[in-house]
Design a protein around this ligand. Sequence first.
Ligand code: ME8
Ligand code: MG
Length: 518
Amino acid sequence: MSNKYYVTTAIYYTNAPPHIGHAYEIIAADVIARFHRLLGEDVFFLTGTDEHGIKVEKTAAKQGKSPQAFVDEISERFQTTWRDVLNVDYSRFVRTTEPDHYQVVQAMWNMLMEKGDIYKSSYTGLYCSGCETFCLPKDLTPEGLCPNHLTAPEPVEEENYFFRLSAYKTKLIDYYEAHPDFIQPLFRRNEVINQLDTLEDISVSRAKRSVGWGIPVPQDPDQVVYVWIDALSNYLTGIGWGKDSAVFEKFWPCDVHVIGKDILRFHAIYWPAMLMAAGLPLPETLLVHGFINVAETKISKSLGNVISPQDLMARFELENADPIRYYMMTSTGFGQDGNYTDDEFKNKVNADLANNLGNLLNRTLNMVIKYCDGEVLAVGAEKNNLLSGEDLAQIQTHYEGFRFNEAAQVIMEGVDRANKYVHASEPWTLHKEGKTTELERVLYNTLEALRQLSILLMPLVPTLSQQIWEQLGYTQRITQMRWADILDSPLPAGQKIQLGSPILPRLDSEIVGAGKKR
Ligand code: ME8
Ligand code: MG
């Protein structure tokens, strides 16, 4: 088995700052990356921003800014939101305005050209600048609007370069058949196969006079490269294609591209065809997620229901983003559309993190202080059965299969069991009756369960896990732990626990800044 893992997110358009829908995707990728690091794999996690195209050009102009100044600001917002707010630990943030990326896109263009897969022709069609794609009349609403953006696409008539996509139809079908796990979840695969029925060549450049903000076509400065050819190539730029062959050879092909359902066509059809034309191996998996809605309504600027991760941090006075991470990854099955409401968020976080896990931690640590002078006692060697090997195997399979809600479910059942065990063993009675050995065993087993749980939860809630870890008395970082440590590295006897302030306070029923009190 190879010891590397390459995971990417889509790169985000820089026409507006990030909202919780974008956050959902990058949190999922971060959970995947952290889980594979826990397995001891060498992980490369790429994200970035998609900065060219007509929409950015228009929005920048409206704000009286140059496109570059405009995208610099928004790209920075994405980077700080991911890193500083959501604790996303990416390896590289790629920007499509970087010189490295220009070279990659132009090299890709030249390869497609040499292959004979690019030709010039004139085109008349309808273009949706929201999707950055040409639309067919059959895909529009009865009113003639783009179904994603509910705006009228613009008629375009131009001399453009075309990519011979239609030539790849059979090869694509063969590839899907030979790789049943390529598109996940499975039901998305049929959607793609249906779209292949009407596979036509695609326009892969735009006239510079209609779209100025883009990467010039090599040898034809009057044309810029179509944004999707530009954007998809980021997955090669990020790991040094044509620049750092050691890194590229190590990490390509990609293990998983995490993407939303709206951009599946580009990743399942255009991207594999481009890679085939360039003679590069194809990615292992496209992991397709659903959309996060707000109170059952599509997130949209015009509806005014956009919520940013920062809004949630402020609204619930959160100290770190783990409640957001936990809620987003566990409230919906991966692949389904998710729904955000303040109440569901609060209830889920309070039930699982504050009540279930938080209680276990606080009551156990308090008893260790009260009854054992804050020390982990030496009854260690015995393995407790609060989390069995079978539980661990199940949790691992769920994480590996991107079923984060099910992984969390099995973990929370472990928390439940530990709480019931404490309750049934009555350490307070054991203390009163002077049954010291038994008392120490119960507390040891519970602390040991907390140690295991903190590692198991780490991909989902890295800050809380680290805090539990410190309260258990560890001084090294929990990120140094590996999967095998869950069973093989029990709490050392004599370790002093470090009770701090409660790390999982209940979210208030009164929501700050929501404008109304409940
Ligand atoms: O499509 N819920 O960029 P983008 C869940 N630049 N995911 C959502 C979402 C929501 N409400 N809204 C958006 C682009 N997303 C291109 C990608 S990749 C080579 C180029 C997801 O900013 C969306 O599905 O419109 C996509 O995966 C990602 O956010 C970026 O969307
Ligand atoms: Mg979009």
